[in-house]
Write a protein of this length. Structure first.
Length: 89
């Protein structure tokens, strides 16, 4: 699957991101609007959906912040799963 954006073609990679061989679509869009993402920062999809590359869904975080967000998201999913087990038994 591929997407064209502002003259660039991005292909869906096995990791779920759209890539063009140089960068990801979400980084490309973010950097076109706001400038280069410094090496000490990472981009995070707020809704957890790698396919939702709207600028409003992207936030720049430090690596430590990004890891903490994903840790909290995993905990929340596990909690929701456990709740669903409680209600189905």
């Amino acid at each position: 699957m591929k997407i064209k954006y502002k003259g660039q073609t991005f292909f869906r990679h096995k990791d779920g991101y759209y890539r063009n061989g140089q960068t990801t679509l979400h980084r490309y869009k973010f950097e076109k609007k706001f400038g280069t993402v410094l090496p000490c920062f990472q981009l995070h999809h707020k809704d957890g959906n790698k396919l939702n590359n709207k600028l409003s869904n992207l936030v720049m975080l430090t690596a430590k912040e990004h890891a903490a967000v994903h840790r909290d998201m995993r905990r929340e999913k596990m909690f929701e799963f456990q709740l669903s087990l409680d209600f189905t038994s």
